[in-house]
Design a protein around this ligand. Structure first.
Ligand code: THU
Length: 133
């Protein structure tokens, strides 16, 4: 099946991302983001943005999900994630962190606003030129 199909599994991940967004700590921007990362072993790592009074210490939802998966021993270049579902388009920092672990064809689904369809991208669409050492 092509990876741009809005399957029941993708819909479930998008719902999980939307629920995670409700747990965001975003008293400064009031912009709540949620992420659901389907891992190599079939489990899901959730993230929400966590802001801070120093602003610079804020962490994006996507990187919360990625780093939690890494800390759980479930994410590495040898155990790449399968799908990322998010409630907003990932920033370039999060895309670069994703590219550390995922290949260019990783599916990224972005939930639409009320009444809009989710959008599908591949990592390479959003970050065509990955920084490499
Ligand atoms: N944010 C994310 O959680 N993910 C992104 O990819 C972009 C931005 C958060 C950070 C901050 O808490 C809020 O959105 C506004 O920038």
């Amino acid at each position: 099946m092509p990876n741009n199909q809005l399957t029941a599994q993708v819909q479930e991940l998008l719902e999980q991302a939307q629920n995670a967004a409700k747990r965001a700590y975003a008293p400064y921007s009031h912009f709540q983001v949620g992420a659901a990362l389907l891992l190599a072993d079939g489990s899901v790592s959730l993230g929400c943005n966590v802001e801070n009074a120093s602003y610079g210490a804020t962490m994006c939802a996507e990187r919360v999900a990625l780093f939690a998966a890494c800390a759980a021993g479930k994410l590495s270049p040898q155990q790449p994630p399968q799908i990322l579902a998010v409630t907003a388009l990932p920033c370039a920092l999060c895309l670069q962190v994703l590219a550390e672990f995922a290949g260019p064809d990783l599916s990224i689904w972005v939930a639409g606003a009320e009444g809009e369809q989710p959008q599908h991208f591949c990592l390479k669409d959003l970050l065509p030129h990955t920084f490499k050492l």
